[in-house]
Design a protein around this ligand. Structure first.
Ligand code: NOJ
Length: 457
């Protein structure tokens, strides 16, 4: 019997890692998240402060990426640094970003640049944030500076990161700033971000005629996809779970993506045609981490009587409490492919694991699902692992460690130490494949999930 020895990826498949400005840079003191942290709203009480100081140590980090053979880096710019006061742009901050991007360019590391990754300037947040009448104009004014000043660098542009998350967590669940719980506002913030994306997409194309490598300008959204299913309880609760899975998957990703595909924003996202939204994706950015199995629970009033965190028997969870379900990744990739028929980049996928016990297997089993989707016909062009380095995990603070590289924000020297997974990832990149040897060396228990039937979708 011949056994598959390797899962090969297409030639020129792009491998790299992802992060976001506020999560690694430090010194973002004119922002709404900074204030949120000072107010003690982060669960473990940590504050970003100088963070792991990527702002000053980027050379060291880029050198590490080169050594490890990582080919693309997804990073962000911070609005609050670039426009710390309404209409006043800090050109020194822009200059710093230019240096950072140039340093990546010098090392031949491709650049995926996120313009908005959840954090707002304080002046904007305090005057209403996304609820301001002129929110979209203000956002686009900032984006214009980024595009005009830094437009020569990005190989890939991400206009917005996971727009559903700040909308739902900030305006519906009351978990993120500005801690509102208002369904109408949630719909409005989604609507505003659709406008913001469509206009920023146009702005990019109006100003940047080609990518640095000479290819077409590539812009899109990095969208948060969970695979959402009913838990499968018996009887009436089971029917209820099915109905809620439909509603939640609509709110979470189907609604936005229907709008992006057709140009029409359905209820509750405005019931209008958003000018420029249709065909505003050159690629689809997919962020995938987990499955949610919605389980009926009469005590969970806030989440519509479903337990979002229920874990079915036999399924493992991460330190975030998220269930590990690799086939969901494949299902999402095929959903995105069928819906848009556009190139796909995985803009995030990863796991919080401070001791690197689950990560090697998680990565292997998820990357294997990407391989399956490619073999099924999806045009997937790259994979960016979240995250390059340990960073500030929002409301969870620094205690959740997503990095391939370990770094303690409270270490005076902020030493960077690659975890075994970082090396494993280098080997995958070098081979442009997952091989039996890599699996054997780093996570033998993943063999069935990678090469066998365990996670056949
Ligand atoms: C998605 C977000 O884009 C990123 O900021 C976050 O750290 C990761 N998921 C992990 O939760």
């Amino acid at each position: 019997m011949s056994e598959t020895q390797r899962l090969d990826f297409p030639k020129n498949f792009l491998w790299g890692t992802a992060t976001a400005g506020h999560q690694i840079e430090g010194h973002n003191d004119k922002s709404d998240w900074w204030r949120f942290e000072q107010e003690g709203k982060v669960k473990d009480g940590t504050k970003t402060g100088r963070n792991i100081d990527y702002w000053n140590r980027y050379e060291e980090d880029h050198a590490l990426m080169s050594d490890l053979g990582y080919q693309v880096f997804r990073l962000g710019v911070e609005w609050a640094k670039i426009e710390p006061e309404d209409g006043k742009f800090d050109m020194a901050a822009v200059e710093r970003y230019r240096k950072i991007l140039q340093s990546l360019r010098d090392r031949k590391i491709q650049i995926c640049l996120t313009i908005y990754h959840w954090v707002l300037p304080l002046w904007f947040a305090q005057s209403g944030g996304w609820l301001r009448e002129d929110a979209v104009d203000r956002f686009v004014r900032f984006a214009e500076v980024v595009v005009k000043e830094l437009g020569e660098f990005p190989d890939l542009w991400v206009t917005l990161n996971e727009p559903s998350v700040p909308a739902a967590a900030g305006y519906l669940a009351g978990e993120f700033p500005p801690e509102h719980k208002n369904f109408r506002e949630y719909g409005l913030v989604m609507n505003r971000q659709m406008h913001a994306h469509a206009r920023t997409y146009k702005l990019i194309h109006d100003n940047v005629s080609k990518a640095p490598g000479g290819g077409p300008t590539m812009a899109g959204v990095a969208y948060a996809f969970q695979w959402i299913e009913a838990y499968g309880s018996a009887g009436l609760p089971g029917l209820y779970e099915k109905m809620m899975a439909r509603i939640f998957s609509f709110g979470s990703y189907r609604g936005w993506n229907n709008a992006a595909a057709t140009g029409y924003a359905p209820f509750p996202f405005g019931r209008e045609i958003i000018p420029g939204l249709k065909d505003s994706y050159d690629f689809c950015g997919v962020n995938y981490y987990m499955r949610n199995s919605l389980k009926f629970d009469a005590s969970k009033k806030d989440t519509g009587f479903v337990d979002m965190e229920a874990i079915p028997p036999g399924i493992e969870k991460t330190q975030m409490g998220w269930q590990i379900y690799p086939p969901g990744f494949n299902k999402i990739l095929m959903y995105v492919w069928e819906k848009f028929k556009k190139p796909i980049y995985i803009t995030e996928n990863g796991i919080a694991d401070d001791v690197d016990a689950q990560r090697p297997r998680y990565l292997l089993e998820h990357i294997a699902q990407v391989n399956r989707a490619i073999n099924a016909g999806a045009d997937i062009r790259g994979y960016m692992q979240w995250s390059f380095i340990d960073n500030f995990e929002w409301k969870e603070g620094f205690s959740k460690k997503f990095g391939l590289i370990e770094c303690r924000h409270d270490d005076p020297e902020l030493k960077r130490k690659p975890r075994p997974s970082a090396r494993m990832y280098s080997e995958i990149i070098k081979e442009n494949a997952i091989t039996r040897d890599i699996v054997k060396k780093y996570a033998p228990s993943a063999a069935d999930g990678v090469f066998g039937d365990k996670w056949k979708a």
